[in-house]
Design a protein around this ligand. Structure first.
Ligand code: SF4
Ligand code: SF4
Length: 72
């Protein structure tokens, strides 16, 4: 399918208990997918908006987030 962007499925896995609430992932996500909840832990607020860029995974100091992109 030349030219067309391949549809993809993005899976975000969050080890919430490891999150120390630094907010780096929230600040770096270009799509405002991630938020801190009332306990100061990361939460996936807008899963459908995630483009699978991997910034959150790359920059979390505590390896809380893993991003898996599956091309369809
Ligand atoms: S992969 Fe990119 S778009 Fe998705 S939550 Fe992480 S930083 Fe945001
Ligand atoms: S970068 Fe990691 S530790 Fe910091 S708020 Fe995000 S998930 Fe939590």
């Amino acid at each position: 399918m030349a030219g067309a962007a391949a549809p993809k499925v993005v899976r975000l896995e969050v080890q919430r208990n490891w999150c120390k609430g630094c907010g780096i992932c929230v600040a770096l996500c270009p799509k405002e997918v991630l938020k801190l909840d009332e306990f100061g832990k990361v939460t996936v607020a807008e899963p459908a908006a995630c483009i699978g860029c991997g910034r959150c995974e790359d920059h979390c100091p505590d390896f809380v987030i893993s991003v898996e992109v599956e091309e369809k």
